[in-house]
Design a protein around this ligand. Structure first.
Ligand code: ZN
Length: 134
């Protein structure tokens, strides 16, 4: 498995439009626009920062993973994503090493990236996403 870089840091927010103001107006970052990812019940905005990005996530449903995260922990960092060169290969390697996974197979995330989550029990409490983009 080849990990290429920190792809993005995912931050759970209650109100996407409101939260975007800080990144745009205070930090001067430009978002790539917002996108709804139905499957994950989120509306997201990505802000490129150098070679990585900040992802803001608002839940589109009270029973979505981001809504449940905020209920438990409040707003804040929800996951860290690492870019890999080959996500299928990475998942095979992780499985072979007995690493606990949330997603055994990649699914599609924002921007058409292939993504999969590792279980926080396997990563010192961090919800780790691996992603591959064309
Ligand atoms: Zn993410």
């Amino acid at each position: 498995m080849k990990v290429l870089k920190v792809d993005h840091v995912g931050i759970a927010v209650k109100n996407l439009e409101e939260s975007m103001k800080f990144y745009e107006e205070v930090l001067g970052l430009k978002s790539e626009g917002t996108e709804v990812v139905e499957e994950q019940k989120v509306k997201v905005a990505f802000f490129p920062v150098g070679d990585s990005e900040i992802e803001l996530l608002e839940s589109t449903s009270p029973d979505g993973p981001i809504a449940r995260f905020i209920e438990k922990n409040g707003e804040g960092i929800q996951h860290v994503a690492l870019r890999v060169d080959n996500i299928e290969g990475a998942l095979e390697e992780l499985k072979a090493q007995g690493i606990r996974l949330i997603d055994e197979k990649p699914r599609y995330g924002a921007g058409g990236a292939k993504i999969a989550f590792l279980h926080p029990k396997a990563t010192n409490g961090v919800l780790l996403e691996i992603s591959e983009r064309e």
